[in-house]
Design a protein around this ligand. Structure first.
Ligand SMILES: Nc1ncnc2c1ncn2[C@@H]1O[C@H](COP(=O)(O)OP(=O)(O)OP(=O)(O)O)[C@@H](O)[C@H]1O
Ligand SMILES: [Mg+2]
Length: 353
């Protein structure tokens, strides 16, 4: 069920609490898609990356080939480095600000950037910017982008950011428009001098007429262009994230009390943001036939899952059995991907959906 969800989408997010199996499942889904001929990019947005460890490869902050599939299909991976991303982001912002500000203020820009580096919002904004870029690039160069995200709370905030930041940018733009209009009107008046006010002239100067433009006007124009570009990019990301035909989100969880409650909450948050939740993946499900202890454990898990299903009856749910060993390396991943494939009569597989 998760595999068919991935087959029918261009962007798949995996989210959930720490250690539930997001990276393992993201990689297994990617491997399966590559085997059916798709080119897949796995993006790890979690600062504590283990994508490289899982594939037994050094990955880091560049697109790295991980596995070949069939018929041109392949898996590539990248681990977003939040510190490097934040630094780059601040460097870009500082360069732009310095271009737009008089040299005497450049020291202030540096001070401000230094302070920004330590504010948590900057970090998220930088990671979001990078995600935007990778989703855009991923959609051009790959058939499927799988995003292995950081544990829950962070993820839902990140998904809501394009909306928040678009609103923020729109507010700034509206203010700039207003001050640009006032500025243009004022300059129009100054150029014409007293007693030569005409509606037509004013209108022409507002629209950026034939008169030579002063540096202030050009600066305003550039700031506006930057804000507009940013808004369009974020709006584009939002459009991608909220189009259920393109993007889906799978929540990975363990069949325990708190993870179940958190999953219900995360589902609500994502749905409110307009993100389609296409699957719940209950990982590490205890077996029923390996002794009393695990059988009892399985029964308790069943109770928690009943809560989950009664809260979210409409979301397809897939269970993945607990394995004896950790999943490390491409061969183990391929076996794990087999566990995600549709069920045989008595084997593991989807519960429903
Ligand atoms: N079904 C399974 N059976 C046994 N072990 C599993 C199973 N799924 C995942 N694991 C193991 O559980 C550990 C955590 O998995 P993984 O790293 O994929 O989780 P994660 O959600 O990405 O964690 P984090 O939030 O820390 O990034 C790994 O050692 C992995 O091999
Ligand atoms: Mg992980």
């Amino acid at each position: 069920m998760l595999l068919s969800l991935a087959q029918s989408r261009r962007v798949l997010f995996l989210g959930g609490k720490g250690g539930v199996g997001k990276t393992t499942i993201a990689s297994a889904v990617a491997l399966d898609a590559a085997r059916s001929g798709r080119r897949v990019l796995v993006v790890s947005t979690d600062p504590a990356h283990n994508l490289g460890h899982l594939w037994e490869r050094r990955i880091g902050d560049r697109v790295t080939p991980l596995a070949d599939g069939a018929g041109g299909g392949a898996v590539h991976g990248i681990e977003i480095d939040p510190d490097a991303t934040t630094d780059q982001h601040l460097r870009d912002v500082a360069t732009t600000l310095k271009r737009l500000m008089p040299r005497t203020l450049h020291g202030e820009v540096d001070k401000h950037m230094d302070l920004s580096r330590r504010s948590p919002g900057t970090h998220e904004a930088a990671v979001l910017e990078r995600m935007t870029e990778l989703v855009e690039r991923g959609r051009e160069e790959f058939d499927l982008v799988v995003l292995d995200t950081a544990p829950s709370g962070h993820t839902a905030r990140l998904m809501a950011l394009p909306e928040v930041m678009t609103a923020w940018t729109d507010g700034l733009l509206a203010r700039r428009e207003k001050s640009a209009r006032l500025g243009a009107a004022r300059r129009g008046l100054e150029r014409r001098g007293p007693g030569r006010r005409g509606e037509g002239d004013l209108g022409a100067s507002v629209l950026g007429s034939t008169a030579p433009r002063d540096p202030l006007e050009e600066r305003d124009e550039e700031i506006r262009a930057i804000l507009l570009r940013r808004r369009d990019r974020l709006a584009g990301l939002r459009e991608t994230l909220t189009d259920p035909a393109v993007t889906s989100f799978a929540i990975v969880l363990a069949a325990e009390r708190l993870p179940v409650l958190e999953t219900i909450e995360l589902h609500e948050e994502l749905t409110r943001t307009g993100v389609h939740v296409g699957a719940l993946v209950v990982n590490k499900r205890s077996p029923s036939d390996r002794g009393d202890f695990l059988a009892r454990r399985r029964a308790v898990e069943g109770e928690h899952l009943a809560t989950l299903h009664s809260a979210l009856p409409e979301v397809p749910c897939q269970e993945v059995p607990l394995g004896e060993e950790d999943v490390v390396g491409p061969a183990a991943l391929a076996r794990f991907a087999g566990l995600l494939a549709p069920a045989t009569a008595d084997g593991p597989g989807p519960r429903r959906g």
